[in-house]
Design a protein around this ligand. Structure first.
Ligand code: ADP
Ligand code: MG
Length: 507
């Protein structure tokens, strides 16, 4: 396990015209469950399908249709809860949240207000080596997504696409424990990473499969600590909620703008109104969408079409037993087992595929060397072509064999880079390439000696200088390496040059 005796990050301080202010942020993240079927119907959830082609009678809310809970979606919510070290509520229930919107034909959303499926948990958000904050999760509930209204296809008409209607969402609600824009983005990244490890949400923000409602308020230094001590929200400022953010960059920009807007209002004697706002990325501003509605505005009541959801504790235990190793644990293990730095371990555990690739390369080899090759050479090369690890033309086996050739002394580090490039662009077995293209390191001392003798003989002036400055041995080594096409063993060359210069009484 990771040792989290970490220093908490410092809260972001914004200087107003009059006072210093701190930020308080709480997020409601909507994560689409990775499921082929919707939450209460068997319709497909395929992205980008022909509009209104994935709509069953249940999704279209035809009279008399009844929802049937999708057990797979329930399991994914449980997995997510367990991954966030949260309490699993063995009994939960669905409620109707009533509102009219053309892309939700039922006239209500089936959600979980009173008895969510998952209770309190936590996310550890790291802001650099040794600096981490624990963000508490208040709850996770399951609910239906709405469809999509399209207003920009025709000057006189709006259209509606119900393909998304009824798709399962997990709403993950944090406590207001986040203290700055970067931390908010880091929190969303960490949630995304954990869910991708679990396979419960693909985290695709562009497609809207992960989006966040961002609650922002400002307070004077000390007020947040008072809130933490007492749990009393009255120590905090009035918050505004920025709806539906699906980019890490915009989340940060919106928080910063919103905090400054609130500070200006308060410092000029005004009062922040609790409301729902929208971020306009073109203008870099938030603007009012509607005044904040309260739970009673939605006339919530238990959904009469669905029985309470009762979970068998033995089943929950079996789900728990099937969880994969999660990012924090994997990172700690990589640091311990392979002697990696905090940074390298973070990079290599960013996603499961990279971690698995690295482990295969490192198995039975030097861990640090494997990490260097994967991060600096492979990731660097893939990045040039905007490729991910799963598209790597070099397999873990091939990269491992390149490292073996270096370890055996068959090739130098420099030649290994050339070899890597050949394997990357042409493929093939590294050992065979070294053999067939004559890339093997020259260890034949006779060949090296001849080159050393020749360089010494040809450069009497340098030899004179080396008498005064022994560091010039490096210059001779470089010349010999050049003369042998980089294939001489640098260690052997170094030893031989030093010995020759010394034995001739030249040094
Ligand atoms: P509601 O039910 O009215 O939406 P919640 O208590 O569920 O309110 O809170 C919604 C979100 O707002 C949560 O993520 C919570 O952390 C966050 N939040 C609550 N109070 C504040 C505050 N003063 N500043 C920033 N965020 C807050
Ligand atoms: Mg809420």
């Amino acid at each position: 396990m990771l040792d989290f005796a970490f220093e908490p990050p410092k809260p972001e301080v914004i200087q107003g015209a009059v006072y210093d202010w701190e930020l308080v942020i709480g997020l409601e993240v909507h994560a689409q469950v990775s499921s082929n079927a919707k939450l209460f119907s068997g319709s497909s959830t395929e992205f980008g399908a022909e509009p209104n082609s994935n709509v069953s009678f249940v999704d279209a809310a035809m009279p008399g249709m009844l929802p049937v809970i999708n057990g797979f979606c329930v399991e994914q919510a449980i997995r997510t809860g367990l991954g966030l070290k949260a309490t699993i509520n063995l009994t939960s229930a669905f409620d109707r949240k009533n509102y009219f919107y053309p892309d939700l034909p039922q006239g209500y959303q089936i959600s979980q207000l009173y008895h969510p499926i998952v209770g309190e948990g936590e996310v550890i958000v790291e802001m650099g080596p040794g600096v981490a904050r624990r963000v508490r999760i208040e709850r996770i509930h399951l609910e239906q997504d709405a469809g999509k209204s399209i207003h920009d296809m025709d000057p006189n008409m709006s259209f509606v696409d119900l393909n998304r209607t009824g798709v399962a969402l997990m709403e993950i609600v944090s406590r207001p424990d986040i203290r700055g824009p970067e931390e908010a983005a880091a929190y969303v990244s960490k949630l995304r990473q954990i869910m991708r490890y679990l396979g419960t949400c693909d985290g695709n923000m562009q497609n809207g499969n992960l989006r966040a409602d961002v609650n922002v308020s400002v307070c004077r230094p000390g007020d947040y600590e008072r809130f933490q001590d007492t749990g009393d929200h009255s120590h905090l400022g009035t918050r505004c909620e920025i709806k539906n953010m699906n980019s890490m960059r915009f989340i940060q920009a919106a928080i910063d703008y919103e905090a400054r807007r609130q500070i200006a209002i308060i410092e000029s004697g005004g009062k922040v109104e609790q409301e729902t706002r929208l971020y306009d990325p073109d203008k870099g501003e938030t603007r009012s969408m509607r005044s904040k509605e309260e739970a009673h505005d939605y006339r919530y009541f238990p959904c009469p079409d669905l029985l309470p959801l009762e979970l068998d504790p033995a089943w929950v235990d079996s789900v728990k037993a099937s969880l994969p190793e999660l990012p924090d644990e994997k990172k700690a293990r990589f640091m311990n087992e392979f002697g990696l730095s905090d940074y390298d371990a973070s990079v290599l555990t960013a996603d499961v595929e990279s971690a698995a690739y690295f482990e295969e390369v490192a198995k039975g080899r030097d861990g640090k060397m494997a990490a260097n090759w994967v991060i600096n050479e492979l990731f660097g090369r893939l990045k040039k072509e905007s490729h991910g690890i799963t598209e790597s033309p070099v397999s873990a086996g091939q990269l491992g064999r390149i490292i073996d050739l270096i370890a055996k002394g068959d090739i130098s580090g420099k030649i290994a880079k050339e070899l890597f490039e050949i394997v990357y662009s042409e493929g093939g077995d590294p050992a065979e390439i070294v053999e067939s293209r004559g890339m093997k390191q020259v260890t034949d001392t006779g060949v090296i000696e001849a080159a050393v003798d020749r360089i010494i003989a040809e450069n009497p002036a340098q030899v004179e200088k080396a008498k005064i400055n022994p560091k010039l041995v490096g210059w001779f080594v470089g010349q010999v390496m050049k003369a042998t096409g980089g294939k001489a063993n640098p260690k052997a060359v170094n030893e031989m040059v030093s010995a020759k210069l010394a034995s001739d009484g030249r040094l």
